[in-house]
Design a protein. Structure first.
Ligand code: 9MR
Length: 501
């Protein structure tokens, strides 16, 4: 069964020597096989592609073999906003145009990351200022490519590397200046800027297993918390920069996919490469490359067998252009060699795809027909049904649904996360001489008795609305979680994010 609209089989023609005519046929590619299975296989466009300093074979192979694309460096913070408020989209636009003309899905990498952040951001020490910078960056960048970038790495590599995993503090201006709530806010703002985009948390070393104290376990715990609070995360990216000796990693990825399926979250392989130790470069033989191919195949097997996996992205095309040699003690980690010759890993991926009939591979994407436009429908993922029939003694507001809910979520701060244990009891809305105060589940409006109170979840959906004439409302029927409370008194509006516990 052909699941995607476009199958890109390579037409090859061979001249039959002596007969004087050519015969043509269709050859399967990674892309055509992945498309038939409702999945994406992709690779970066290396920075050399953006700088026009890459061999012509690169693009030919790239667009023939892959149906998904991500920029190696060109959508990162330092590339897109090198100076405050000055956005640079040219290179990203070029990739988006390339993807469009070749019917490829675009991943956006990455919005909030501690690395590749320009100096002007790294120097900010004021929390409110940095929140405003992050929000403005996300509004602009996600807004610029709204409907064109199907999926964003909203937060990248935010977990520390020690054995007691928590959020990364060292070297992260985001954590040091804002605290953990920068993650929640980044997801909320990205969703507000493009409600149709898939939103991922992306990290390395989460293919190392779900054992106690593991990084992967920490990710799953956060996903659980995010989903409980309606933080609009839809996917996790496991980068998967591994070495040839890491034989258990495919099965660890399977376990992670299953754990995330519990929360209706997709797992994508986002940056795969399988390197050999650099010192071995001159001694690699057929059995080494066969072993590499076997590992690639195991990842593809897992990918096709787990229904909540969608993208299989490789961090490069050819060993001639890979970060491994320059920045890691590794080499030869990709599926084409330095001469652009397909390695055994390529054949292994093809073999795995063929061994999994399209009729048996499930796609996490609602409708394959939507894939060509790169827009994903995320609405089906939300299983949370809110009870909006809240009983209290206040007069219910029956006016038409508020159309400005997204504005609620765009205020830069103050922002709370439930880990921060902050509620509006601590913060005071001071936009006017009216304040709101939360004690338990009773919200009091100090300084006014007539007010309209609205509560929205973190996706901007209304969960409660009431008009009170006694200066307070009872929010006890709302489930625990993070919310935005909006109080309107006359023409004045106060807003706060609150953690209801
Ligand atoms: O491949 C990228 C390389 O060109 C950059 O110099 C490097 C700088 O941090 O980033 C590389 O890409 C990284 C990606 O953005 C995040 N995960 C790890 C990747 C390899 O370092």
């Amino acid at each position: 069964m052909k699941k995607f609209g476009v199958a890109s089989k390579v037409i090859f023609c061979a001249t039959l020597v002596g007969l004087g005519f050519s015969v043509c046929g269709a050859q399967e590619t990674l892309r055509s096989l992945a498309e038939e299975r409702g999945r994406y296989i992709g690779a970066i466009l290396n920075s050399e592609w953006f700088n026009n300093s890459i061999e012509s074979q690169f693009e030919e192979i790239h667009k023939t073999q892959f149906n998904a694309v991500v920029a190696e460096n060109e959508m990162k913070f330092d590339a897109t906003e090198p100076n405050k408020g000055q956005f640079s989209y040219n290179k990203g636009d070029r990739m988006v145009a390339y993807a469009k003309s070749n019917k490829m899905r675009v991943r956006g990498h990455a919005l909030a990351w501690h690395s590749q952040v320009p100096g002007w951001v790294n120097n900010i020490r004021d929390k409110q200022q940095l929140l405003a910078v992050l929000k403005n960056h996300i509004d602009n960048v996600v807004g610029h490519w709204k409907g064109e970038v199907a999926e964003w790495d909203v937060v990248n590599e935010a977990i520390n590397d020690d054995n007691n995993h928590g959020w990364r503090s060292n070297g992260s201006v985001w954590f040091q200046t804002i605290g953990a709530e920068f993650l929640d806010s980044a997801f909320v703002w990205a969703h507000a800027a493009d409600p149709d985009a898939e939103l991922c948390y992306n990290d390395y070393a989460i293919e190392w297993g779900l054992g106690q104290g593991s990084k992967a376990g920490f990710v799953v715990d956060q996903v659980k918390r995010w989903k409980q609070n309606n933080i609009p995360i839809t996917c996790v990216g496991t980068q998967t920069h591994i070495e040839i000796s890491h034989e258990t990693t495919p099965q660890n990825v399977r376990a992670l996919a299953k754990a995330l399926a519990e929360y209706d979250v997709v797992l994508n392989i986002t940056e795969l490469d399988i390197g050999f130790p650099k010192g071995s470069a001159n001694n690699l033989g057929a059995s080494d490359y066969a072993k590499q191919g076997h590992l690639y195949r195991q990842f593809m097997d897992v990918f096709l067998e787990e229904p909540n996996m969608g993208e299989f992205m490789i961090w490069g095309v050819t060993d001639a252009h890979s970060w491994l040699d320059g920045q890691q003690g590794k080499t030869q980690g990709l599926i084409y060699d330095k001469q652009y010759k397909a390695k055994p890993a390529y054949d292994s991926l093809i073999a795995s795809l063929k061994a999994h009939p399209a009729s048996e591979v499930k796609s996490p994407y609602k409708s394959a027909a939507t894939q060509d436009t790169t827009a994903q429908d995320t609405t089906t993922r939300d299983t949370t049904v809110r009870d909006t029939t809240v009983k209290d003694t206040t007069v219910k507001d029956t006016t038409a649904q508020d159309t400005t809910t997204r504005d609620t979520l765009t205020t830069p701060g103050p922002v709370v996360s439930d880990t921060g244990n902050v509620s509006i009891r601590r913060g005071t809305a001071t936009l006017t001489d009216v304040r709101m105060n939360l004690v338990g589940r009773t919200l009091s409006i100090v300084g006014a008795s007539n007010a309209k109170v609205q509560v929205f979840d973190m996706r901007g959906r209304p969960v409660y609305s009431a008009v009170t004439s006694k200066g307070s409302v009872d929010l006890s029927a709302i489930s625990d979680g993070l919310y935005v409370v909006r109080v309107k008194v006359g023409s004045k509006t106060l807003e706060r994010r609150v953690a209801l516990r």
